[in-house]
Design a binder for this molecule. Structure first.
Ligand SMILES: Nc1nc2c(ncn2[C@@H]2O[C@H](COP(=O)(O)OP(=O)(O)O)[C@@H](O)[C@H]2O)c(=O)[nH]1
Ligand SMILES: [Mg+2]
Length: 205
């Protein structure tokens, strides 16, 4: 089997939206009605297969409380994927996602994959899908809805993130090999601009 690719993922969002529950559902496929508040940050990993290729998610779960805000750049700065979680029942938590986008635009890595997750979709919805879709468009992010309680959309979200990771990797590899090809073509091209070969070449545009 080919080598396992590893990526760092960070869970962000205000307290109580279900970040720890998402991690628990994804890794242990279980749910706790009364979760414990996360202190600082916690880490867990899980490997899944996507089209036969192994992808290891190293997931950092952060605490949403204000007092931990100062340490969060340590976790998102080198994360390939940021999961911005809100509670579909709680409009205020969606404002938290907007604030996170601002902060990541200012201080996060440029090539980070950003994903909006509307959790608790088993509850009454007070944030419309339109609002989340619009935000996702604005920031070139993905948008998924999940319920950790009912086990809806969690595994699917991680699979789709993995597919995007491999797709971007392929694009990057193609771009690199194209650049290498162009460089080697340039090396064997005419070195003297006045050479006959150069003069006879049809000029384009
Ligand atoms: N109804 C419902 N409750 C959830 C869901 N996910 C998490 N919760 C509950 O929401 C509360 C906060 O969850 P937690 O994972 O600790 O949130 P965090 O502070 O963002 O890590 C807990 O009581 C969870 O049981 C969900 O999908 N549906
Ligand atoms: Mg937590």
């Amino acid at each position: 089997m080919s080598q396992t690719k590893e990526i760092k993922v960070v869970l962000l969002g205000v307290s109580g939206v279900g970040k720890s529950s998402l991690l628990y559902r994804f890794v242990e496929n279980d749910f706790q009605e009364k979760g414990q508040p996360t202190l600082g940050a916690a880490f867990q990993s899980k490997t899944i297969l996507i089209d036969g290729k192994a992808l290891k998610f190293q997931i950092w779960d952060t605490a949403g409380q204000e007092k931990y805000k100062a340490i969060l750049p340590l976790y998102y700065r080198d994360a390939k994927v940021a999961l911005l979680v809100y509670d579909v029942n709680d409009l205020q938590s969606f404002e938290g996602v907007k604030e996170w986008f601002q902060q990541l635009q200012d201080q996060g890595p440029i090539d980070q994959i950003r994903v909006i997750i509307g959790n608790k979709c088993d509850l009454e919805q007070n944030v419309s899908d339109n609002m989340a879709e619009e935000l996702a468009r604005q920031y070139n992010a993905n948008f998924f809805k999940t319920s950790c309680k009912e086990n809806l959309g969690v595994q699917e979200t991680f699979i789709q993130i993995g597919e995007r990771v491999f797709k971007e990797q392929l694009i990057e590899e193609n771009r690199k090999s194209n650049t290498e090809n162009v460089n080697s073509t340039l090396k064997i091209g005419p070195q003297n601009p006045n050479s006959k070969q150069h003069q006879n070449k049809p000029f384009c545009c």
